[in-house]
Design a binder for this molecule. Sequence first.
Ligand SMILES: C[S@@+](CC[C@H](N)C(=O)[O-])C[C@H]1O[C@@H](n2cnc3c(N)ncnc32)[C@H](O)[C@@H]1O
Length: 266
Amino acid sequence: MDRRETYMVGCGDVAVRYMRRRHAARDAAFFLPHLKPEMRLLDCGCGPGTITVGLAEAVAQGQVVGVDLEESQIEAARQTARQHGAANVEWRVASVYQLPFPDRSFDAVFSHALFEHLGEPAAALEEIRRVLRPGGLTAISSPDWSGNLMAPRDPDVEQAIQVYKAIQQRNGGNPYVGRDFGRLLQEARFSRIALSAIYDCYEDAPLVAELLAQRIEEGVGKQIVAGPGLGRAEVGGLCRALRQWAKQPAVLFAQTFVDAIGYVDA
Ligand SMILES: C[S@@+](CC[C@H](N)C(=O)[O-])C[C@H]1O[C@@H](n2cnc3c(N)ncnc32)[C@H](O)[C@@H]1O
């Protein structure tokens, strides 16, 4: 399988619980107005498929294919489809860099929370473009960590987030990819580009804090992170601070996502 970077979020219980809270009405809201009931859609990096099944509802007379690099996520997605009674969706293990579909075979390609993990986003967009028919569109959404809003302010929590971002970069990803979407889509020759941004406000702050703390601990375990004066003990302290911070009665963890649409000329 085509792996060009390390997907640091992994497929553990906390990661999958965190993904499962997502749904099309919110996380694909920017894409839904572009859909028609008979369209054929592809969702790249579909994870447990909770957004994908909502897209399948939106194209009730069409067809949706969800692809993910991880077999375990495709299994989880099959389960999601069974729970939702989604009959017009199928699932494939595949990489966004090497989609197992002919040229011009989809009306639209969606991808949520994948591009921040990719070392070669331009290559992924070229491959997405290859499978789109003329007149088709792509809709991509990823965080840009520069826009996050975390309250109450806590310097240790802010430092923990810096460490998380450094680990993501060392793994080949880009925590600021959202702001690059306009340029990337232009370079991949998409037109009628539309950019917007939303806050994803995590209703379960302890869950997102746990996910981030685990990734930081793993990064330290693999010695892929160390800033000046930041040893294992200091990073352990930052993770404890992050978990404690999230348990407070009034916490805001708001993450900026950039949403982008681009069309292939007809
Ligand atoms: C953060 S999850 C997002 C899942 C889902 N789209 C959502 O927003 O809930 C990213 C997913 O992309 C998958 N992934 C990572 N690299 C990939 C690649 N090169 N091609 C396809 N999927 C990939 C991971 O296995 C993971 O399931």
